[in-house]
Design a protein around this ligand. Structure first.
Ligand SMILES: Cc1cc2nc3c(=O)[nH]c(=O)nc-3n(C[C@H](O)[C@H](O)[C@H](O)COP(=O)(O)OP(=O)(O)OC[C@H]3O[C@@H](n4cnc5c(N)ncnc54)[C@H](O)[C@@H]3O)c2cc1C
Length: 831
């Protein structure tokens, strides 16, 4: 075939998409020394969403990792020829709740060096003289925020990539992705087909913006994004009319309570926002994206009716908007995800990476995204915790375009709303329900949602047995019920029954299963049949990639139980390391098993009469039982620190097993409980939660989980921990560290606060002697120990009993470092 574009036959990395995302990944790959990179763009660079971006670069996001990525972007943009204007950014607070949010953000920012300042309404006006201070209670100000020219930025990144050896081909459409799926469970990319012929590649990066779902389909990979029309207006220049202004540049201004943002544009303004009635765009009759194949360099029709509320709000905040002429209303499509976070990482097809769904902050994010993606591609793993952006967080339920749309719509329309901890999204519910769901509904369950599952947070019917005076102050008391304390106490004093059917359950089977798991787990899981092991799987940095229990069910069959949201992630981590042959099979069996936990001092009294089988098997062991009429796999484990079992049965028996346990428990005052009580119970016992207390950025030693680590090594991450022969030789290709486990610089510590009504929610700064030394990973109230508990990583030298302060909504609450666990330190109640 004629190749007018003279494409190479092969390249190590092919990037699809010449927007800011693709250009930044190419740039960063070149920086890392990756020379063999080809970027393919079906039209001109920037001709997707990038060219019509408003160009604001705000750094403050919902998590440390995300915000750090934005900070990376700013650091990079300051060095590029991209029209960068470091004008600073203001965010107003106009309600008491928003003021609390700002206080919380300002405190949080201090823990990782983001110079976010709290300013008054008057100070905000001095910085942005066009604004009215009506209703403004306070604001935050970030001097390093700014804006830029999206096309210049993309051009600068592309040029940097070219200088580093990348080859960029415009007007080259990718029409196919070749996948080798000859080994089940081990599909991997081989190359792309383009309109000018094929290119072989080891790595393909789908940086297709709103086209990413369509590109993913070429390889059978679901990228759950939805194109939405997004608008902003541009005014005529007028600012020379404003008298007395001192500054060269206006900062950007966000007023989330009015749903609007501003930035200067020449002598005029750009103003946009997030309307309450969003406009998904280019969906077919199945609500699947069907973007016209020639949609490049184009905008959508102005949609004034949809923008009306935003426009009216803008006049309230900046009265001059009433007088000046609007020159253009820009309406352009952009890719949104169902949770408003980026969609990054390697897909289930090995070598096929995705970096898309930038949710209208792709310019702000591109610098950080490019770095993270390039590292991920070159090193095989991201070098920081990016779980909340990881494509693996989307389970199979997001295969449905209709469900994806419902979630994305809700997220878009509530974009600027405060997300209180414990707030539950409503769209698309109920989707996944346990076999005992009807029982929960009939008994007053307050449901939460996780990964599509309806899960009981608490039963409001238990509220009268609780104590309203324990309601935490402020936000922590918003999504709260006295029922939580009642369920907690009942579990400690009598027994609690919890539906944990949503747990992700994986099976690893085959003659190679034990060897694979031993190579991945830091603990020894290849023990006798029936043994249960609590373990982590580590990345090569020694960070905690997965955290779960493994049960050896048969010689060649292991069962893993992990968090509701983590199944997809953990399974793909294991598959990625599994040999590409038939010796090991790894699959998700979540739907096959209901799981009910029966815990508490009377658990044995409740279960014993229901079974002929002896219950004398030891803690951390499994046995097959018949409970009433139901075949059950009973695991003697606990996440609350009480005697008891997790009882797994085939799903079709679930309703019956729940009913049987409930009826048997009546005479023992059994209480049905929810996840909020579990959380309070586990905090008293110091049980860690992955993605909060422990993440890919912390090692088991830092996390206080050194007791899990096999000292003879032989697992991924061992040499980074300094254990095992590999570390001594420094020779398994990992970041070797000889000489045994090092003393970590930080450690997860338990804090108790002096004021029991001040409850930390996570992310609060912790200080000692006036110096910020850490950040809360998770917190809550312990109804047995009657203390407000928080966990935080603190420098190792901080001693037990050290006085600490935790910033809770702008108030420094005193506390101390406590010995953990706070409850039953010898574990006597469990055994
Ligand atoms: C109105 C509006 C205002 C915005 N304002 C801001 C803002 O102020 N700040 C901010 O940070 N972000 C903003 N954004 C978001 C920002 O513009 C996007 O997040 C970003 O540009 C997305 O970049 P991308 O590289 O992912 O996608 P795109 O720029 O869309 O690039 C994807 C590219 O892939 C190409 N492609 C698709 N299919 C193929 C194929 N088969 N073969 C080859 N190439 C293909 C397309 O042609 C396209 O060029 C705004 C967005 C809109 C719509």
């Amino acid at each position: 075939m004629a190749r007018p574009r003279e494409l190479p036959d092969r390249a190590r990395v092919v990037i699809i998409g010449g927007g800011v995302g693709g250009a930044s990944i190419a740039y960063h790959l070149a920086k890392l020394g990756e020379r063999d990179v080809v970027l393919l763009e079906r039209s001109e660079l920037t001709s997707g969403s990038t060219f019509h971006s408003a160009g604001l670069v705000g750094q403050l996001r919902s998590s440390v990792s995300l915000t750090r990525m934005m900070m990376d972007s700013v650091g990079l943009y300051q060095t590029l020829d991209c029209g960068w204007v470091g004008c600073g950014g203001i965010r107003l607070a106009c309600t008491p709740e928003r003021e609390q949010e700002v206080l919380r953000q300002v405190a949080w920012a201090k823990t990782f060096g983001l110079a976010l300042e709290l300013i008054s309404a008057q100070q905000a006006r001095e910085l942005f003289p066009l604004m009215s201070t009506d209703g403004v209670r306070c604001a935050s100000y970030l001097p390093s925020d700014g804006y830029l020219d999206p096309s210049l930025l993309t051009g600068a990144l592309a040029e940097g990539a070219r200088v580093g050896g990348a080859r960029i081909f415009t007007h080259t459409r990718v029409t196919g992705i070749d996948v080798d799926d000859s080994v089940p469970g081990h599909a991997r990319v081989r190359g792309v087909q383009t309109e000018w012929g094929p290119i072989e590649a080891e790595v393909i990066v789908n940086a297709g913006g709103m086209f990413a779902a369509e590109i993913g389909r070429l390889a059978g990979v679901r990228v759950p994004i939805v194109p939405f029309a997004h608008e902003y207006l541009v005014t005529q220049p007028f600012r020379e009319l404003v008298a007395g202004e001192q500054r060269a540049h206006l900062p950007t201004l966000r007023d989330p309570d009015l749903l609007i943002y501003f930035r200067e544009e020449g002598g005029g303004l750009v103003m946009g926002g997030y309307e309450r009635h969003c406009a998904p765009w280019a969906l077919d009759e199945h609500l699947r994206d069907a973007i016209p194949s020639d949609f490049n360099g184009r905008l959508l029709e102005e949609d004034w009716p949809r923008f009306e509320e935003i426009a009216a709000n803008s006049r309230k905040r900046v009265p001059v908007m009433d007088e000046i002429t609007v020159t253009r209303l820009i309406n352009g499509p952009e890719a949104f995800t169902p949770d408003n976070e980026f969609c990054l990482g390697e897909s289930e097809v090995r070598g096929l990476f995705v970096a898309a769904g930038f949710c209208a902050h792709g310019l702000a994010g591109a610098g950080g995204i490019g770095r993270v993606m390039a590292e991920w591609i070159c090193e095989g793993e991201p070098t920081m915790d990016v779980w909340e952006m990881d494509i693996r967080r989307f389970g199979a339920h997001f295969r449905s375009p209709a469900y994806t749309l419902k979630r994305a719509r809700e997220v878009y329309e509530t974009y600027y709303d405060i997300r209180y901890p414990g707030h539950e999204r409503q769209a698309g519910r109920p989707l996944r329900t346990s076999s005992a769901y009807p029982w929960h509904s009939e008994h007053g369950a307050a449901f939460g949602e996780k990964s599509g599952w309806e899960r009981v947070n608490w039963y409001e019917a238990n509220a009268p047995a609780g104590d309203e005076s324990l309601r935490p102050r402020g936000w922590a008391g918003m999504h709260w019920s006295p029922a939580i304390g009642a369920e907690h106490r009942a579990t400690r004093e009598r027994a609690g029954l919890f539906d944990e059917s949503s747990f992700s359950k994986l099976e690893i089977a085959g003659p190679g299963a034990a060897e694979l798991l031993q190579a991945l787990c830091d603990n020894n899981v290849a023990r006798e049949v029936g043994a249960i092991t609590y373990t982590q799987m580590l990345n090569r940095r020694g960070g905690i990639e997965c955290d779960f229990t493994v049960t050896r069910v048969e010689e060649d069959l292991f069962s893993i139980v992990t968090g509701t949201a983590f199944g997809n992630h953990d399974l793909s981590w294991i598959r990625r390391h599994a040999p590409a042959d038939a010796s090991v099979r790894c699959y998700d069996v979540t739907a096959r098993w209901a799981c009910f936990a029966l815990w508490g001092p009377r658990a044995r009294d409740i279960l014993a009469p229901l079974t002929d089988d002896p219950l004398d098997f030891a803690y951390m062991h499994m046995r097959e039982l018949a409970v009433g009429d139901v075949p059950v796999r009973a695991l003697r484990v606990t996440f609350v620190g009480e005697l008891g079992w997790e009882l797994y049965c085939p799903t079709e028996y679930g309703a019956g097993l729940w009913r049987t346990l409930w009826q048997a428990g009546r005479e023992h005052d059994l209480v049905a409980g929810g996840y909020s009580a579990i959380d309070s119970l586990r905090l008293e016992k110091g049980y860690r939660v992955w993605a909060a207390d422990i993440t890919p950025d912390e090692t088991p030693y830092e996390a206080g989980l050194g007791f899990c680590v096999r000292k003879d090594g032989g697992f991924v991450g061992a040499s980074a921990l300094g254990v095992g022969a590999a570390a001594e030789l420094g020779g398994d290709g990992e970041a070797g560290r000889a000489g045994g486990p090092p003393t970590p610089a930080k450690r997860l510590r338990c804090l108790v606060l002096a004021d029991p009504r001040s409850v930390a929610l996570g992310n609060e700064p912790v200080r000692i002697d006036g110096q910020i030394v850490g950040r809360v990973t998770s917190g809550g109230y312990g109804y047995t120990v009657e203390r407000s508990i928080a966990y935080a990583y603190l420098p190792t030298e901080v001693e037990l009993g050290a006085a600490v302060e935790v910033d809770i909504f702008g108030e420094w609450v005193t506390g101390e470092v406590a010995r953990e666990p706070l409850f039953d330190p010898k574990g006597e109640r469990i055994r």
